[in-house]
Ligand binder design. Sequence first.
Ligand code: SF4
Length: 130
Amino acid sequence: MKFDMLMDYLMFRTGGEEDNLSDNPTVTTGSIVWGVILRTSIVIILTLFLIRYTDFNEYWWYSFFVIWFFVAFPAFKQYQKFSERIKTLEEDTLCGKCRHFNQGAQTCQIYDVHVSKNHIPCEGMNWEPK
Ligand code: SF4
């Protein structure tokens, strides 16, 4: 598949509420951070290429607009969606109300595995209130 649809369009994968049912979520803080790094690298490389081989010297600062529209804003929107999804997961699951739940990674800190609406790794045995 075309390099996994160009790495799910450079890591700002679509994902959504269905991630809360999956033990292998598509959108995580890691995927968003990787997307920012990849996209920023692409913009910097293209800017350097244009400066080197065209008369882009006077307009290099346009790349800040590209970084805003291609990197920062989409990453911010995806992070907002991710935060809302995690909030739903916290409200709807036992793990979400447990002190061992890691919001950023969507994992259990004891078992070091992803939790979901369908999967409570300890089956409630290690649950402790926040
Ligand atoms: S200890 Fe149990 S309830 Fe708490 S986050 Fe881990 S799996 Fe979920």
